[in-house]
Structures are given as C-alpha cells and as structure tokens.
Design a protein around this ligand. Sequence first.
Ligand code: FMN
Length: 242
Amino acid sequence: MNTQDFVRPWDAFQAANRFRRTIRKFNSVPIPEDEVHALLAEAAFAPSSGDMQPYELHWIRAPALKASIATACNGQKAAASAADFIVVVANPALGLRTARAQLAHVESSLTLEQDSKAYYRKQVGMFQKILGVGSSALWSPLVLLAALIRPTLSLIPIGHIGGRQWAARNAIFAAQTLMLAAAAKGIDSCPMEGFSASQVARLLRLPRGSVIPLVIALGYRADDARIEERWRYPVMDMVISH
Ligand SMILES: Cc1cc2nc3c(=O)[nH]c(=O)nc-3n(C[C@H](O)[C@H](O)[C@H](O)COP(=O)(O)O)c2cc1C
C-alpha cells in the first residue's frame, strides 16, 4: 500500500482505542473462530525488534484446558467467564527460529534486490549472535554488575534473563495489537498478569526458557459487567517535552 493510498482511519482507531476496556465479566456468547483467526493475523503485524517475533500466541479454546487455565489465573473473574484465552509466550529461542526462517526466505526470494538481501543477512546475523552466544547465562553476572553501575543498562538483551526480558517486551506489542483489533470488532478483553506462570507453563508444556508476559481473556462484556471509571495520570504531566 502506498502512503498516498492510505486512508487515515483516525476516527476508527480512536473508537477502538476508547472501546477497549479491561472487562472482567463476559457473557456466554462464543466468539466465532474466524473472528479470533482475524485477531491473531493482525497481531502478527505488530512490530518487533529486528522483526524477530520471539513469541507464540497460544489460543486456548478446548473446554478442559480453558478450565485449567482459568484456575491457574488464580480464579480471576475475567478468567472464569472468558470465551477464549490467548496466552502470550515469549522465548529468545523463538527469535532464533524466526531468524532462520527469515534468512531462508531471503535467500530463496526471487524478488528481493541484492541490496535488500545484504541488509537482511547483516541484520539477521547480528540478532543470531545476540540471541545465540549472547543469551548464555555466563554473561548474566556481568550484565547484573553493569546494571548496578549504570541502571539504564538493565534492559540490554544479553544473558539468560536479559534475553527473556527482551522477548517478553517484544511479545507485548503483539498482545496490545490483538486487544485493539478485538476492540475494533466489538470483542472485549482482559489482559492478566495475575496467574501462576509455572502452572500455565506446565499446562501448555512450554519448553525451558519460555516466559509468559501476559494471559489475555477474550469474550463479550456481560450486561452487568462492572466497568470502572477510566482515570489516567494527566497526560501533560506524563509527557515531557524537550
Ligand atoms: C500488564 C498488565 C497486567 C494486568 N493484569 C491484570 C490482572 O491480572 N487482572 C485484571 O483484572 N486486570 C489486569 N490488568 C488490567 C488493568 O487493571 C487495566 O488495564 C487498568 O486498570 C486500566 O483500565 P482499562 O484497561 O480499562 O483502560 C492488567 C493490565 C496490564 C497492562
């Protein structure tokens, strides 16, 4: 799509952004499968560092597993009434998987220019190093020390914890894209961090190295869903102009 063809959908964006509220009580209406597919497809367009997409979105719809996930969410009300769950799973190893797939795509592409191919080889090569040798736990003491001396270095994607934090940070963009996409379709959501990560990891048989930044409950708001007044810290006090 060219920039000049693009209709700026401000009103639609604002309507979806304002419709999205954290809903903690859903009605019993199921979400059509193709609607959830559409949300997942949009989430896949979220930006990620180096386009490495170091995450998976686990769509939970089987009743027995849904019940177990709801229990693992500490019995939260939103979880108990959710029509579906999306469990956001991040892992630096998934970034490496993307890197390999992206390189294979680049090498076999008949349409990419040589300049583009060179760009991708360099970019993907760099991330393969960071996510490969850079994610070794051997770096972690050094990273801890560096973060102690220079706190702004706390988020560098090096070492076993740094790599997982990096993966989780990237996954959150997909989570938010999915919730806004849901809102645009009139589907409600509740992002949840109140869950037992070890229980959810066991239920989904996640490989070692996985972290779960968020579980999203999806559904349609119940008529008597309690929706709190929307308060935000004054935006002009939050925005620092330089
Ligand atoms: C990372 C994250 C974790 C959250 N965890 C929970 C949770 O475990 N349970 C819950 O009911 N709401 C949870 N929320 C929802 C927030 O309470 C909610 O977004 C906030 O109060 C603002 O309300 P709004 O989303 O309706 O604008 C979470 C939100 C975020 C972004």
